[in-house]
Ligand binder design. Structure first.
Ligand code: BG6
Length: 485
């Protein structure tokens, strides 16, 4: 279903995110016929570019990052003809009258979206200028990228600044993990099936593991990353969102506030993390002559940096459903494989009628978010053959690409889904201000704890599964990581 006519202004329209994600996502939506003819996309940035130069920039972005759905030249040209560009200074006055002029004359009630694809220090000035120039009307929506603050205090300040000019219902805080098809599938699996929900609690679940492993390093984002580290860059937002979707109570309906209220309750129920339940790491240089790269410290040019490129931790939820069930989270860069997976490990059967020699067998539900999106349920069956009642674990395996055909295997990019939702006015997959603050309120003391203790991250070889201490964290509990290790 095409969205209503809209005007979308991308502040930071020549930036990295616009190039890699926003413009290719809009183009792909255009190819699928979801963008109405009268829609307008206006890039705004400091560069004093002509419109032709901006269109050439976008054409290159689409070619490089458009993915498998790139269309023929004619379609690209048609898309480019929808684009406009305004050189604009977010902190000054240059360009604002031109932008006002371009947006004038649109019918009242037309959706106008301002995408803040810029650093957080510009959020306030942009919001103020939009208000000052009369562009912050009731039909206006703003999209705000992460990082949403550096800690609780800065997140509260950002929320307060935005709230001076926009209502919460107009603010779309993006966490692109929520736009991933498979992440939304977590809700479908949990709340669309009768099978899992009755077992989804501490009585039947032994523990839950969430892994987001990456093979990439921090190239091109060194300055930001060395201030953030894996805790702020990944745990506080993406892994926290996955944890919420896995642990939350069923909302009464799939509606923005019903879903976000339940997620907020999860974050607020998280226990403080004990120091011996955290492992931080930093990757070492890779000496492989085919793929050499420097160590973390070498990459960021800070020989004494104590920022973590890897973190593993164990936490708990103090609530009725999950009391006593550990949640293990881990994420890191330059690991051996790119793999995002959630493992729900069920408890052993309470009594084995097959005797001790049949061994221990527990069900495992693995939800693969990327790559090879799908679900595997490990079940126990009899080993075929005449050898008596010997048990063996086998996978019931489903990959979305096979089960759903080519369309299921090539789902829309997270940004396609999220931008469409902004235009439709659906905030379900966006973070509410109180959610972001609650996430920082949990994260801040953990970071303050290791800073006060002066804990240094453990080195780990590039291309490994992370520091060996992360395995110990599990082994101490008689458990092991699944997925990459
Ligand atoms: C971003 C982080 O939010 O997510 C990056 O800032 C990380 O450090 C990226 O690499 C991972 O996203 P994806 O979609 O590649 O899993």
């Amino acid at each position: 279903i095409p969205v209503d006519p809209f005007d979308l202004v991308v502040f930071g329209g020549t930036g990295d995110l616009a190039q890699r994600k926003i413009l290719p996502a809009l183009f792909r939506r255009f190819c699928t016929g979801h963008i109405p003819d009268s829609a307008r996309i206006i890039g705004a940035a400091r560069s004093d570019m002509t419109l032709d130069a901006y269109r050439a920039f976008c054409a290159k972005a689409i070619k490089t990052y458009g993915g498998t759905r790139s269309c023929e030249d004619g379609t690209v040209q048609e898309f480019l003809s929808r684009l406009d560009y305004v050189p604009l200074d977010a902190m000054g006055e240059t360009g604002w009258p031109e932008l006002v002029h371009k947006l004038e004359g649109c019918a009242a009630g037309r959706v106008t979206v301002f995408y803040f694809s810029v650093g957080p220090r510009l959020f306030g000035p942009l919001a103020e200028r939009l208000r000052h120039h009369g562009m912050a009307g009731p039909d206006t929506r703003i999209v705000v990228e992460k990082p949403f603050g550096h800690d609780l205090e800065s997140a509260q300040a950002l929320n307060a600044t935005l709230a001076r000019h926009f209502a919460e219902g107009q603010i779309y805080r993006i966490d692109h993990y929520l736009g991933k098809e498979t992440v939304q599938n977590l809700m479908a699996v949990r709340f669309g099936n009768m099978l899992f929900e009755p077992l989804w609690n501490s009585q039947y679940v032994d523990h839950i593991q969430i892994t987001v492993a990456e093979t990439v390093g921090v190239d091109g984002r060194e300055e930001y990353y060395d201030r953030a580290g894996a805790m702020r860059d990944m745990i506080q937002n993406h892994l926290m969102q996955l944890l919420c979707l896995i642990a939350m109570e069923p909302p009464a309906k799939f509606d923005p506030d019903a879903v976000r209220d339940e997620k907020l309750k999860v974050i607020r129920a998280l226990d403080a993390v004990l120091p011996h339940h955290i492992v931080r790491g930093q990757f070492e240089a890779c000496l492989d002559p085919d793929h050499p790269h420097p160590s973390y410290r070498g990459s960021v040019g800070e020989p004494r940096s104590t920022t973590e490129s890897y973190i593993a931790l164990r936490t708990h939820l103090s609530n009725w459903r999950w009391a006593g069930t550990p949640f293990y989270l881990r994420t890191g860069k330059r690991l051996k494989a790119r793999s995002s997976v959630i493992n729900v490990m069920f408890k052993d059967a309470p009594h084995s009628i097959f005797g001790e020699e049949a061994g221990r067998h527990a069900n495992l539900l693995s939800i693969r978010l990327q790559p090879n999106e799908g679900i595997t349920l490990k079940v126990t069956i009899k080993e075929p053959g005449p050898g008596g009642m010997r048990l063996v674990d086998v996978p019931l395996d489903m990959t979305f690409a096979e089960a759903l055909g080519p369309d299921g295997g090539d789902p829309p990019d997270a940004y396609e889904r999220l931008i469409t939702d902004v235009i439709r006015g659906n905030q379900t997959l966006f973070m509410r201000g109180d959610e972001v603050e609650a996430a920082w309120a949990w994260t801040d003391p953990i970071i303050a704890g290791w800073e006060a203790r002066g804990d240094a991250p453990k080195p780990y070889p590039s291309g490994s599964a992370g520091p060996t201490d992360a395995d110990l964290l599990m082994r101490r509990d008689g458990r092991e990581w699944r997925g990459i290790n």
